[in-house]
Design a binder for this molecule. Structure first.
Ligand SMILES: Cc1cc2nc3c(=O)[nH]c(=O)nc-3n(C[C@H](O)[C@H](O)[C@H](O)COP(=O)(O)OP(=O)(O)OC[C@H]3O[C@@H](n4cnc5c(N)ncnc54)[C@H](O)[C@@H]3O)c2cc1C
Length: 464
């Protein structure tokens, strides 16, 4: 991509944030807050974004077998919640009662090389799953843009990657095993209690604790990823073409700088030489820019323009599970809505206009992706190819104010929220978005009549 030349005007704009440098003085590496558990008292839990916490009565329960897990769930008197990697932004995990993790239940149980299916323990983290599947000649068709999540967590919130021809992760589920509120172990599939199976494919842990899932994968494959920066309006104009040409494509928009950081991925043959280069966006610099933007919001436009000039074009080729994920160490909070694909550009333009016109103090980019249509009961992509638009806020800044300002725009376009991310919809309004809402509620009440798996946040989502 051609780089803008440094005209006098641009140089002046570049110099602008330098005036804010004193604000960073005394801001050592420790101030650039990374995703970690620093400052969390013993026995407490917090999510990756440091925005949701809880203090479970008995600490974190870590059962090592399904029987042990079933015993914990059956005996629990109060609410029970399962946690994966804590990468959800919404309060879908916390409880001050029984919090449990199936971190010990990992690995591939069996696989079918003809059908390309694999039965996997649901505590397996995605970053461990990729290489294990590759050893069996399999690969996940698509993945989110980080891979620290547990398989159970990613499936339960309907996580997705990028690309119109790819559906959300739970779309590939062929069967699953669930520990229910009374400690029963249920095996569900399209032929074993199909209604409960349909409900359990996306359920935010409200039907029980997932212990195993069978996924239909594909043969393992290599991806070539190209990243580059271009003006935002051009990226938006070209995106529809990329969608047709690429296996996956997306862009991160910096509206004030009219800049887009774009990613395009295609499948390449096994003969292509492997190259892995350092990730383009260094997390330390991102953290510094976020700190500066927070302390001196008047630098945001200049910072966003400059960020575009200094990010190099990159090409990476490697195993799909190496190329999909990126490293995200600077915590942020996120709202993501899915709108019908045909409304994506208009909705996105309105969100950008709101950020610019209202001078909303946000340095972090917006993310723009396509997700294929599916038929899962609680999938935000149910029945329509979708564009997902994500709004991120640095974790030290007020995300609620930003999200309140843009959320009505998503509603205007009939948007459905990502289950793991911030939104303010509750049951009465959510029900209108999902044709199988009533079916899901029936399954939930059948498996958990007392609401053992609900915390206050989930009650607001599911109980009208
Ligand atoms: C940096 C970052 C990047 C992200 N990128 C993407 C992306 O590209 N695409 C996307 O769609 N999402 C993305 N997400 C969101 C993320 O994929 C989801 O929030 C996902 O649920 C996180 O998985 P987890 O293992 O951390 O689950 P948690 O957040 O720990 O839990 C999520 C839900 O799963 C339930 N759960 C966990 N384990 C079990 C179990 N064994 N049985 C039943 N229920 C269980 C929990 O109770 C909770 O309701 C991103 C998040 C972050 C922080």
């Amino acid at each position: 991509m051609p780089r803008p030349t440094l005209t006098r005007r641009r140089l002046l704009r570049t110099a602008l944030p330098l005036a804010a440098v004193p604000l960073l003085q005394g801001c050592g590496d420790d101030d650039i807050d990374m995703a970690d558990d620093d400052g969390v008292p013993e026995g407490e839990w917090q999510n990756w974004a440091k925005s949701v916490r809880c203090n479970p009565r008995n600490g974190l329960q870590l059962p090592e077998t399904v029987d042990e897990l079933a015993g914990i769930v059956a005996k629990a008197k109060g609410p029970v919640r399962a946690v994966g990697a804590g990468h959800s932004f919404a309060a879908v995990v916390p409880t001050d009662d029984t919090l449990l993790s199936i971190e010990a239940l990992t690995g591939i149980v069996r696989h079918d090389p003809k059908e390309l299916t694999a039965t996997i323990r649901a505590g397996t983290r995605l970053f461990l799953l990729g290489p294990q599947l590759a050893e069996l000649g399999q690969g996940l068709p698509a993945q989110p843009d980080v891979d620290l999540q547990s398989l159970a967590g990613a499936l339960s919130t309907c996580s997705h990657g990028a690309g119109a021809q790819h559906r959300c992760m739970p779309h590939t589920i062929q069967g699953l095993q669930l520990v229910t509120a009374d400690g029963r172990v249920l095996d569900l599939s399209p032929t074993q209690q199909p209604q409960l199976f349909e409900a359990a494919r996306v359920s935010l842990g409200t039907l029980g604790v997932l212990t195993e899932v069978t996924l239909r994968n594909r043969t393992k494959y290599l991806l070539k990823e190209s990243t580059f920066v271009m003006p935002l309006d051009q990226a938006l104009a070209q995106f529809a073409t990329w969608q047709r040409q690429d296996r996956h494509s997306e862009f991160f928009a910096f509206p004030r700088g009219n800049t887009a950081y774009c990613k395009r991925m295609s499948e390449v043959s096994a003969e292509t030489p492997l190259t892995i280069v350092a990730p383009a966006l260094e997390e330390k610099e991102l953290g510094q820019a976020a700190e500066l933007a927070m302390r001196a919001p008047w630098t945001i436009a200049a910072l966003q323009r400059i960020a575009g000039w200094f990010v190099p074009d990159t090409v990476r080729i490697g195993a799909s599970y190496h190329i999909f994920p990126t490293v995200r160490q600077v915590p942020f909070n996120e709202m993501e809505y899915a709108v019908a694909a045909e409304h994506g550009p208009a909705c996105f333009r309105e969100v950008v206009a709101a950020i610019c016109d209202q001078n909303l103090p946000v340095f972090f980019p917006l993310e723009y992706r396509h997700v294929g249509a599916d038929d899962l009961w609680l999938s935000p992509y149910h029945g329509r190819e979708s564009v997902t638009i994500s709004v991120h806020q640095y974790h030290k800044q007020d995300h609620a104010a930003l999200f309140r300002a843009v959320e009505p725009i998503f509603w205007k376009y009939d948007g459905r929220p990502h289950w793991g991310k911030w939104h303010s919809l509750t049951a009465a309004r959510l029900a209108n978005h999902y044709p199988h809402w009533g079916d899901f509620q029936r399954a939930r009440k059948e498996l958990d009549p007392a609401g053992k798996f609900l915390n206050p946040y989930l009650k607001s989502l599911f109980e009208v």
